[in-house]
Design a protein around this ligand. Structure first.
Ligand code: TRH
Length: 394
């Protein structure tokens, strides 16, 4: 018996890339999972194929249309264009409220039956999310209703993106030191560097990277920091004393910083799985760090009026909430994000002390990471949850 629906469902995702590769990380993962695990015919509309190519080297940046890993990828070149009802699939997902071309929306209104229209929202641990998840919003003029869908950390939200079998693949990799060593060697890590405490670094340029490097340099144990090419370029360059590029490396005190290639998504997971601590950012790498089952620190994407600090605190409260004392993670994270009350900026903090406390609590954080994972697993996977929701609307 086929595990896929017959006739196949069709679906389109509209993704605008902000700040280089923002959002494409999530959309690409979403598109692949709909296609690979549910047999859905997916069209991914993306405005910036060059950024897309960084996380998926198979993408041809000049192609108006192409098929990548079974997903129809279309270059979204603007708001112009006319579409027929036949161009519109069963489900249309707009990412973070992007404005779908008006001609396309008009075609959606002409289609019989109407497509299910989803506004896929950003991940947040704030309490209001549960109240807004699945809410409808009527189009002001056309006979169309869009529904909000929120990823989240509770059963009253859409849950988190997770591919089938992900944790099994991860477990096998983490239980296989030879596979990890081979992967790290492929990134340029030398035998001499293998024994150090490993941290991966992915953050926005304003993170206090130089201060953390200094704390690691003076620290009690050897740290190997693996930085994908282009991340925190200025601060990494200042540490290295040269323009960073894949293969650049320098050791000062207890810290070795090594620049590794910016890798495809699939390999980035392995990097997270192979590190003792992951500094991640935005949304998709943050979720992947949660599935890596290792301690992590989140650098949140900045918003006006420091709204992101509210989101950061909401997550930290939820993550550490029933775990008792994880004060070191909260302190470290607030300083890493410049979110400390009383105006103390991340850069002025006592980073050696913050790192010592975090380091001392790493075993507790590892234990918390696996408990958290169990809690998140119980919410199901986001793609299945979203499809169940769309079925309830059709
Ligand atoms: O790209 P981001 O900064 O994305 C963000 C968030 O989506 C945020 O909510 C949004 O508002 C902002 O964009 C504009 O960080 P994120 O979400 O972690 O996505 C990065 C992707 O890049 C993720 O899929 C992991 C992937 N990646 C690789 O594939 N290879 C790499 O070497 C690295 C470092 C990342």
């Amino acid at each position: 018996m086929s595990r896929h629906p017959d006739p196949p469902i069709s679906l389109a995702i509209f993704c605008k890339v902000v700040d280089n590769y923002g959002d494409i990380g999530i959309c690409w993962r979403l598109a692949r999972q709909f296609q690979a695990e549910h047999g859905i015919a997916v069209t991914l509309w993306v405005d910036d194929l060059r950024s897309f190519r960084r996380i998926c080297p198979a993408v041809a940046p000049e192609a108006a249309e192409q098929v990548v890993e079974g997903v129809q990828v279309r270059h979204w070149q603007g708001q112009e264009g006319s579409f027929t009802a036949a161009d519109v699939p069963d489900i249309v997902i707009e990412f973070f409220g992007v404005e779908i071309p008006p001609g396309y929306v008009a075609a959606m209104a002409r289609r019989e039956p109407r497509p299910v229209w989803i506004n896929y929202e950003g991940l947040s641990a704030e309490a209001w999310v549960e109240g807004c998840h699945r809410l409808p919003s009527m189009h002001p003029r056309l006979k169309l209703t869009k529904h909000f869908f929120f990823p989240g950390f509770t059963s009253s939200t859409g849950g988190l993106l997770r591919e089938e079998g992900l944790l099994d693949v991860r477990d096998r990799f983490q239980a296989d030191p030879a596979a990890q060593a081979a992967f790290l060697a492929g990134l340029g890590v030398t035998d001499g560097e293998m024994a150090a405490f490993r941290a991966s670094l992915f953050c926005y340029p304003h993170a206090p990277v130089a201060q953390l490097f200094e704390a690691w340099r003076q620290g009690e144990r050897e740290v190997l920091c693996l930085v994908p090419d282009g991340v925190a370029r200025d601060q990494v360059g200042a540490f290295l004393g040269t323009e960073p590029h894949p293969g650049s490396v320098a050791t000062r005190g207890r810290l070795t910083v090594r620049v590794v290639p910016f890798m495809p998504q699939h390999d980035y997971d392995r990097l997270l799985w192979a590190c003792d601590l992951n500094l991640v950012r935005g949304e998709d790498s943050w979720v992947r760090a949660q599935w890596a089952g290792r301690p992590f620190v989140w650098h949140i994407y900045p918003q006006d009026e420091n709204l992101h600090h509210v989101k950061l605190r909401a997550f930290l409260e939820k993550y550490t909430g029933d775990a008792g004392h994880l004060d070191s993670l909260t302190d470290f994270s607030l300083h890493w994000n410049g979110a400390v009350e009383g105006g103390q900026e991340g850069r002025a903090a006592d980073w050696p002390a913050l790192w010592r406390s975090l380091q001392a609590e790493l075993p507790t954080l590892s234990a918390r990471a696996s408990i958290w994972q169990g809690l998140m697993l119980a919410n199901g996977d986001l793609v299945s949850n979203l499809l169940n929701f769309t079925r309830s609307l059709r």
